[in-house]
Design a protein around this ligand. Structure first.
Ligand SMILES: [Zn+2]
Length: 379
């Protein structure tokens, strides 16, 4: 059975952040708590957001979101939320801040530890409409978490798990590319490759969701055509606009499911939270494209040709090599080895990838040997 959902209200334009107070009013959020990280705050973006609110001095601010959000950090934010009697969350940042805010929104309104809400623990059925309101304001262009129904969290037991529910989709996404103009080059490249991976990987996933495929291909076109410009010239407003849309579109589309790139990235991200999710995806994408290419449903729907077309390449182009060359032009690492991944880590990575919620939505279900091969090719 195919379930197709498009439910977030998105304000999308340069200057959209000015609509924040109106969005709080629309959603009856009178006492918001803002969730962000120290880097976003240091860049002045928190002040810019707070300046849009009538009663900024009463807004709680949690600015200690780690690069890969943990259950421990979530507990601190949750306590702040409860102590301050706040009634909604404004997430300002990349995927980490948005995902942590979503986890707080669930835990503040439901009993039980965070792990109860993980997909792999049967959590989907436990998350209800009681979930607190989240307004998401992305400051990177990659994760698309502002329109996603997922939150990726590292539990106390070390697992990086997905918490998925239609009720944690932010009630409002404010996508203002202005907030990404100061994003450093390497972060622009890494987050941008995350967006491109979302578009490609969900397009290859076999679930029946044709609208998602259209959104993914258009997002891929925008991302691929503008990532170099946005990386090399951070103040290129047109490139930043298209990268922000590629990011939002990737996440709108990936309700269809992701795949082996993400199951492997989540596995490594759980083991070493310092490794950047988007950079890991960029390393795995070429090998997974090759792995997927022989799948019958890929051939029947001419999927690789359609991906090549969206990238502006000729139909018979080697898409996998094109991604590798792009990684190089963007100044990303040449492979996993450069990021500190060793062969000794393979068994743990593979075991965790096999448990990940993205494992089963890849177009070919990978065996342990397949994952080992993908890892070797991605070194
Ligand atoms: Zn991702």
């Amino acid at each position: 059975m195919a379930v197709i959902n498009y439910i977030t209200q998105i304000q999308f334009e340069y200057g959209a952040v000015k609509l924040l107070q109106a969005e709080c009013d629309r959603l009856a959020v009178a006492r918001p708590m803002l969730v962000t990280d120290a880097g976003v705050r240091a860049a002045g973006l928190v002040d810019k957001v707070l300046a849009q609110l009538k009663n900024a001095s009463a807004v709680g601010v949690f600015d200690q979101t780690p690069p890969n959000p943990t259950e421990a950090a979530m507990r601190v934010a949750l306590q702040l939320y409860r102590d301050g009697k706040f009634d909604g969350l404004i997430a300002v940042g990349g995927g980490s801040a948005m995902d942590l805010a979503k986890a707080v929104a669930v835990c503040a309104t439901h009993d039980g530890p965070l792990k109860n809400f993980a997909v792999v623990e049967g959590g989907v059925a436990r998350i209800t409409a009681a979930t607190a309101t989240v307004i998401a304001i992305p400051t990177t262009a990659g994760t698309g978490s502002e329109v996603g129904r997922g939150s990726m969290m590292i539990l106390d037991d070390g697992r990086k798990v997905g918490i998925l529910s239609p009720f944690i989709v932010p009630k409002s996404a404010i996508c203002d590319p202005e907030l990404t103009l100061g994003l450093p080059a390497l972060l622009t490249a890494a987050t941008g490759m995350d967006a491109i991976t979302h578009c490609m990987e969900t397009f290859m996933s076999p679930a029946l969701n044709f609208p998602a495929e259209g959104i993914a291909l258009d997002g891929l076109w925008r991302g691929w055509a503008h990532i170099e410009r946005a990386t090399k010239h951070g103040d290129d407003k047109e490139a930043r606009l298209h990268m922000m849309s590629a990011s939002t579109q990737g996440a709108m589309a990936f309700q269809k499911g992701l795949g082996a790139v993400h199951s492997l990235s989540h596995a490594i991200g759980g083991m070493n939270p310092k490794l950047h999710h988007g950079t890991l995806n960029a390393m795995f994408l070429p090998a997974v494209i090759n792995f997927n290419a022989s799948a019958e449903s890929m051939k029947q729907a001419n999927k690789l040709e359609r991906i090549a077309h969206a990238m502006g390449l000729s139909a018979q182009s080697d898409v996998s090599s094109a991604v590798k060359a792009m990684n190089q032009r963007l100044g990303l690492p040449s492979g996993l080895a450069e990021m500190g991944v060793t062969e000794a880590m393979y068994p743990a990575i593979i075991q965790s990838a096999m448990q990940d919620h993205c494992h089963k939505t890849n177009v070919r279900i990978a065996t342990e040997a397949d994952y080992a091969q993908i890892l070797r090719e991605s070194m």
